[in-house]
Design a binder for this molecule. Structure first.
Ligand SMILES: Nc1ncnc2c1ncn2[C@@H]1O[C@H](COP(=O)(O)OP(=O)(O)OP(=O)(O)O)[C@@H](O)[C@H]1O
Ligand SMILES: [Mg+2]
Length: 471
C-alpha cells in the first residue's frame, strides 16, 4: 500500500478535506485508520441518520458509505444526502453485489463507487481527484471574484456584448451631453446608468439630484423641480429653491418621465430650451446650468403617437438615447450578477453562501425575468437569507421559479390548429409581453419595422371594433 505521501502540500490540502465514514463498526475502524494515515481528518459513524445530520450542518464535503448497511440502502442514503446538500460528494462502497449498482449510483450522483474488498489505491486516487476538483472550484471562484472588480462599471455589473455597448455609450456621451434619454424595462438599471453618466461627466463633483416624476401630483412636482415662493399656494410657508437650482452646475435626473402630465411636459420643455426656470408664484426668471438625464420604461414614440407625450419634448430629449437591455437579452451576465449580489448579501446578513447548485443555476437561466435585475437581486437576497447550506438550491427559490413558466413551454404544448393570422397575432402578443410593452424593442426582436408593427395594432383595433359592432 502506498498510503502515505510525503509531499507536504498534498498533506496540507488533505487536512482541509474532512471525510465522514458510514460503516459497520469493524469496517469503519479499518477505513478510518487508513484514511487517517493518508492524511484526511475522519469521522466514523455506524448511523446513517447521524451522518445526514452532520451533512445538514455542513460538517463534511465527502462521505464514504457502505452499501446495504444499517437503516437505509446506500442509494437511499445518496438520495437523502444530495437532497440535504447537493454540493456533498458521496463515495459508495459496494457489498459484493452485481456491477449494475455501481452504474446506478454514479447515474444518481455519486462521486465514485468502490468495490469490496477495498482497493486502497483506488480509494486514495478517488479522494485525490476530489481534492483537485475542490481546488479547481476554489480557484475559479477566486478568479471570478477578482474578475468581478474589472467587470463592474460604476456599480453596473456585466460582461455581455449588450451591456458593454451600454458602458461604451455612457463613456462617450458622458463628456458632452446636455440632455440624455435612458430607456429600458423596469429594474434593468436605468438609474445606475444615470448615475454613471454623472460620475463620468466633467461635473461629477457637483450635485446629482433625483426626482421621480410619477410619485407627485402636478402642483407638487412643479414646486419640487422649480421651487416656490412664500404664499405661492396653501401651505407654502417659506420660499424654497427647486431641484434645478439645487443641482445648478451639476445633473438633474428625472425618473419615469413618461408619467409626466402634458401640462408639466410643456413647462419642462421651456427649461430644456432656455435653461431658465421660474419658481412657482414668482415672475422672476432664473438661469440654471444643469445637465439633464431623463429615464422611462415606456415606449415614448408610442406615447407620442397616442398623444400622451409631446413630440417636441421627445425630440429634445432623445437626440442622445441609451437603451438598457433587459436581463433576458443578456442572460449570460446572470452568473456574474449572482456572485455580485451574493457578496453584497453575505456581508449584509453575515452569511457565507458560496454559490448556486447547478440545478438552481439552470432554473435561473431558464426564467424570463420580467422584473429584470431588480427581481433577480430580490431572489438572490431572500435565498441567501434562507439557505441553510453553503449553496443555494431550488428549494430556496420562490415557488413561481420552481415551476416551469408557461412562456418557457414548448410551443407544441399549447399547439392547436389555427390560422396563420392567429399565429401572427399570438406571437406578436407574446413578444410584446416579453419586452414589457416596449414596441420598439418588440419590432427589433420580430425583425419587422416599427411602422409594420403599428399597422398591425391599427388593424387589430379596427378588427376588434368591427367585432364589437357585430356583437
Ligand atoms: N447591471 C447591474 N449591476 C448591478 N446591479 C444592478 C444592475 N442593474 C440593476 N441593478 C440593481 O437592480 C436594481 C434596479 O436598478 P435600477 O433602479 O437602476 O432600475 P431601473 O431601470 O431604474 O428600474 P425602474 O424602471 O423600475 O425605475 C437596483 O438595486 C440596482 O442596483
Ligand atoms: Mg428607476
Amino acid at each position: 500500500m502506498t498510503l502515505v505521501t510525503e509531499d507536504r502540500v498534498v498533506l496540507t490540502a488533505r487536512r482541509t478535506l474532512s471525510v465522514c465514514v458510514v460503516s459497520s463498526e469493524t469496517g469503519a475502524e479499518l477505513i478510518g485508520e487508513n484514511l487517517e494515515r493518508m492524511g484526511y481528518p475522519v469521522y466514523t459513524t455506524p448511523s446513517a441518520q447521524d451522518a445526514l445530520g452532520r451533512i445538514r450542518n455542513g460538517q463534511h464535503r465527502v462521505v464514504l458509505v457502505e452499501m446495504g448497511h444499517g437503516e437505509m440502502t446506500g442509494l437511499e442514503f445518496l438520495e437523502r444526502a444530495l437532497e440535504i446538500d447537493p454540493g456533498v460528494y458521496v463515495i459508495l462502497i459496494g457489498d459484493g453485489r452485481p456491477v449494475e449498482e455501481a452504474v446506478e449510483s454514479i447515474k444518481r450522483g455519486a462521486w465514485d463507487f468502490i468495490e469490496r474488498p477495498i482497493d486502497w489505491i483506488h480509494l486514495e486516487r478517488a479522494l485525490e481527484r476530489l481534492g483537485e476538483e475542490f481546488g479547481r472550484r476554489a480557484h475559479i471562484r477566486d478568479l471570478e471574484e477578482r474578475l468581478l472588480s474589472h467587470l463592474e462599471f460604476h456599480g453596473i455589473v456585466g460582461r455581455s456584448p449588450a451591456i458593454i455597448d451600454v458602458f461604451e455609450r455612457v463613456q462617450k456621451i458622458s463628456r458632452h451631453f446636455t440632455n440624455v434619454l435612458v430607456v429600458g424595462p423596469t429594474g434593468s438599471g436605468k438609474e445606475l446608468v444615470a448615475w454613471a453618466l454623472h460620475k463620468l461627466s466633467p461635473v461629477s463633483s457637483q450635485r446629482f439630484a433625483v426626482c421621480n416624476c410619477s410619485a407627485l401630483v402636478d402642483t407638487l412636482l412643479e414646486s419640487q423641480l422649480f421651487g416656490h415662493v412664500r404664499g405661492a399656494f396653501t401651505g407654502a410657508t417659506d420660499t424654497r429653491p427647486g431641484l434645478f437650482e439645487y443641482a445648478n452646475g451639476g445633473t438633474v435626473f428625472l425618473d419615469e418621465i413618461g408619467e409626466m402630465s402634458l401640462g408639466m411636459q410643456s413647462k419642462l420643455l421651456r427649461v430644456i430650451e432656455n435653461r431658465e426656470i421660474q419658481r412657482v408664484g414668482s415672475p422672476e426668471v432664473r438661469k440654471v446650468d444643469v445637465r439633464l438625464v431623463a429615464a422611462t420604461n415606456r415606449d415614448l414614440r408610442a406615447e407620442v403617437m397616442a398623444g400622451r407625450f409631446r413630440e417636441d419634448l421627445f425630440y429634445r430629449l432623445s437626440t442622445l438615447e441609451i437603451r438598457v437591455p433587459s436581463l433576458a437579452e443578456r442572460i449570460e451576465d446572470l452568473p456574474l450578477l449572482v456572485q455580485f449580489f451574493l457578496k453584497k448579501y453575505n456581508q449584509a446578513y453575515g452569511k457565507s453562501v458560496r454559490g448556486l447548485t447547478r440545478r438552481a443555476q439552470a432554473v435561473l437561466l431558464r426564467y424570463h425575468w420580467p422584473g429584470n435585475v431588480r427581481e433577480m437581486e430580490n431572489v438572490v437576497s431572500s435565498a441567501c437569507l434562507t439557505a441553510e447550506s453553503s449553496f443555494i438550491d431550488i428549494a430556496d427559490l420562490p415557488p413561481h421559479l420552481q415551476k416551469p413558466h408557461p412562456a418557457a413551454l414548448d410551443l407544441d404544448d399549447t399547439w392547436r390548429p389555427v390560422s396563420l393570422d392567429e399565429v401572427r397575432r399570438l406571437h406578436i402578443g407574446r413578444v410584446l409581453e416579453f419586452c414589457a410593452g416596449n414596441r420598439v424593442r418588440a419590432a427589433q426582436i420580430l425583425g419587422i419595422g416599427r411602422t409594420s408593427l403599428y399597422r398591425h395594432f391599427k388593424r387589430e383595433s379596427r378588427l376588434k371594433a368591427k367585432q364589437m359592432k357585430e356583437a
